[in-house]
Write a protein that binds this ligand. Structure first.
Ligand code: SF4
Length: 439
């Protein structure tokens, strides 16, 4: 039996795409290995949102090329955003790569592999037709092939993005926004629940811009929240522009929708937000999360921030720190700005030096650290609902799970099973996680 190894960079959408690739390969008779040296086929699912992961792809390809020189039958494929954007350049730059396929071509993998086995190098970066903004990009015959990992499953509800934030390459690597029909999504959700999914996370680059005919994000989320057998519903990532108080009310009124939102704010200065083309001000962002906090007292808010966008002054950076102090984020994913080829911001003069960007990043983390620490401390003594999703990798009597707010918890109870939703009293905390005992 041939073996495949899939290496995934980047976001949850990429994780989900890799799951889909695995389903397609399994049907083609492949088994899977974690060891690339044992593999007959290696696929790298790439991310081009930041410079670092893209550099990592090329350094990984360098290492895999050495394996291929010892095993010429090995097939190396590159998928995802870098594949979509770089296309033929990858084939030119790394002669050991046999196959490059873009974000719209996952289901063409079997025919592409036949081509490769016939001795051809294959480039597949064509877009699916996008003349309509509704597109069931998971084909009907694949609706029942989704996988549940532990007790969790993903469903992609949209693909691409129409926002064109000036720093972001996604509209180029994932295309313009398309939304799946609601019925098509619900069919997939029913199948995943019947396979044991207790938690479903719906995915989209800008998930709350979903619109398929009369069905918008509110309507879809409500319909999913009403599904029998589902215990938790999550979504990522929403855009502040498309967030409104009705959605906050929906979350508050449906406990099945987890009390967590990852709402990127990117910068605290309105001038920088405008340069980024985010379409909202810092005050508007704060108003929206204030309402959420009023409606859901234990809401957990996480965010993305870019430090050192071209032209960001010291005062503007300090406005970002002010938002962080006011918002009380559970966690921040902060990155120093790096110019991405093909984005609008590429044309802006990158005036902030690397030293200043690095120093600002450290200051930002230093502001966030005590906020996060206090939030974790405040959990000690509370009893919270935890969905058990895995066994602890080292401690035999401990199971792992997450709170609705998405905080990781280790639970000292070996009688628990994956998929159990249990009440846990928090007894201690580690740097980024909690420890508790079940009730
Ligand atoms: S909303 Fe902006 S940052 Fe998010 S995917 Fe779309 S263009 Fe990129």
């Amino acid at each position: 039996m041939e073996k495949a190894h899939i290496h995934t960079f980047g976001c949850q959408m990429n994780e989900h795409d890799s799951q889909r690739m695995a389903i397609v390969l399994k049907r083609e008779g492949y088994a899977f290995t974690d060891n690339p040296k044992e593999a007959d086929l290696i696929l790298i699912n790439t991310c081009s949102v930041r410079e670092n992961p893209e550099n990592k792809v090329y350094s990984l390809l360098g290492r895999l090329s050495r394996i291929k020189r010892r095993n010429p039958d090995l097939i190396i494929g590159v998928a995802g955003c870098v594949a979509q954007q770089e296309g033929e350049n990858i084939l030119k730059r790394v002669k050991e790569v046999d196959l490059v396929f873009g974000t719209d071509n996952i289901f063409n993998l079997p025919s592409a592999l036949i081509e490769v086995k016939n001795g051809n190098r294959v480039l597949l970066t064509d877009w699916m037709p996008r003349e309509k903004n509704i597109q069931n990009f998971i084909p009907d015959e694949e609706l029942k092939s989704g996988t549940v990992e532990g007790c969790k499953a993903y469903i992609a509800i949209t693909k691409g993005c129409n926002n064109h934030c000036t720093f972001c390459i996604v509209p180029k690597t994932r295309g313009t926004l398309v939304s799946r029909q609601k019925e098509n999504i619900l069919q997939e959700a029913h199948d995943l629940i019947s396979k044991g999914a207790k938690e479903i996370q719906i995915l989209g680059q800008n998930v709350n811009s979903y619109q398929a005919g009369k069905s918008d994000f509110f309507d879809l989320l409500k319909s999913l929240a009403d599904l029998e057998g589902l215990q938790r519903l999550r979504f990522t990532s929403p855009h502040p522009n498309d967030w409104n108080n009705q959605l906050s009310d929906l979350m508050a009124d449906h406990p099945i929708i987890c009390n967590h939102i990852h709402l990127p704010f990117q910068a605290g200065s309105d001038r920088i937000l405008e340069l980024m083309r985010r379409g909202h001000t810092a005050a508007e962002y704060l108003d929206k999360i204030d309402y959420l906090k009023k409606r859901i007292f234990d809401i957990s808010i996480t965010t993305d921030v870019i430090v050192g966008f071209p032209g960001e002054s010291e005062e503007e950076f300090e406005e970002t720190l002010e938002v962080i102090k006011k918002a009380s984020f559970t966690q921040i994913y902060a990155f120093v700005y790096s110019s991405r080829p093909g984005t609008k911001a590429e044309a802006l003069e990158d005036t902030v030096t690397k030293e200043v960007k690095d120093e600002r990043l450290q200051r930002l983390l230093a502001v966030q650290e005590p906020i996060q620490s206090e939030l974790l401390d405040s959990m000690i003594g509370k009893t919270v609902e935890v969905l058990i999703d895995s066994a602890h990798p080292r401690e035999r009597r401990v199971m792992n799970g997450r709170t609705g707010g998405n905080l990781p918890v280790s639970v000292e109870d070996f009688t628990l099973n994956i998929g159990d939703l249990c009440n846990v009293t928090i007894t201690d905390r580690k740097k980024h996680s909690l420890v508790g005992v079940s009730q």
